[in-house]
Design a protein around this ligand. Structure first.
Ligand SMILES: Nc1ncnc2c1ncn2[C@@H]1O[C@H](COP(=O)(O)OP(=O)(O)O)[C@@H](O)[C@H]1O
Ligand SMILES: [Mg+2]
Length: 216
């Protein structure tokens, strides 16, 4: 097993109040870890730290055995991709969002890849020209996810991306993510409160009051 991410004695406080307390965690390449725990226990904070959006007060976070601060930020964001619960879509159409990853990389837009990705998320090719404001919550979430997956990251962080979605949408996203993990070597870290997702998960990390309490 190859180690991909490691947290060593990570502490995080805001205004002297401790939010994460001595977090130690090793994540191997290809893992699918599900993070669970009460609201406010520190799950999103751990993910923001791993995504290098915030920095610990003490301790270190390694990506492929190197401190995450030693990576060029844009490069790191492409390797470790963080998807939020409430995604923001921009521009006017689905196309504007799905072409964005090509544009920031100065790459030619690959329309076939675009359609292939839409189909992976059970959306047909006509969605390309749909107006963002006309999308349902589930469609919106899927488009945001696809935007992050146009070029596959090594590590995909999903922060309650299925919260508030109906069963069908949850299932589509679940199948999509499972396929990436099983067949495309994407390491997945998923925060969820969804009982069926927790039941399906082989490895659960429980967070309570800023500490890892036990695993499954
Ligand atoms: N920048 C911040 N300023 C103040 N409090 C924060 C900040 N970030 C997180 N917290 C607090 O840290 C705790 C953990 O938050 P969070 O990681 O979002 O929890 P979870 O995702 O498990 O619901 C909460 O009590 C939250 O209010
Ligand atoms: Mg959270």
């Amino acid at each position: 097993m190859t180690e991909i991410i490691k947290l060593n004695h990570v502490n995080y406080s805001v205004n002297n109040s401790k939010i994460l307390d001595d977090i130690n965690l090793t994540i191997n390449k290809g893992d699918f870890l599900t993070f669970s725990g009460p609201s406010g226990s520190g799950k999103s904070t751990i993910m923001r730290l791993i995504a290098n959006m915030i920095s610990p007060n003490s301790g270190e976070i390694l990506y492929q055995n190197k401190d995450i601060n030693d990576y060029e930020p844009t490069e790191y964001r492409r390797e470790v991709s963080y998807c939020f619960q409430q995604p923001t879509l921009f521009g006017e159409t689905v196309k504007d969002n799905l072409e964005f990853p090509f544009k920031v990389r100065n790459k030619k837009i690959d329309n076939e890849l675009l359609i292939q990705k839409l189909e992976m998320a059970n959306l047909n090719k006509n969605f390309i020209n749909q107006k963002v404001i006309d999308l349902s919550g589930g469609q919106r979430q899927r488009i945001a996810l696809l935007r992050n997956l146009m070029f596959l990251p090594s590590v995909l962080i999903l922060d309650e991306v299925t919260t508030g979605l109906d069963k069908d949408n949850k299932e589509i996203i679940h199948n999509l993510v499972t396929d990436l993990n099983k067949n495309h070597d994407v390491t997945v870290l998923a925060i969820t409160h969804d009982q069926s997702e927790l039941n399906d998960s082989k490895s659960i990390v429980n967070i309570e009051s800023g500490k890892i309490v036990e695993g499954k």
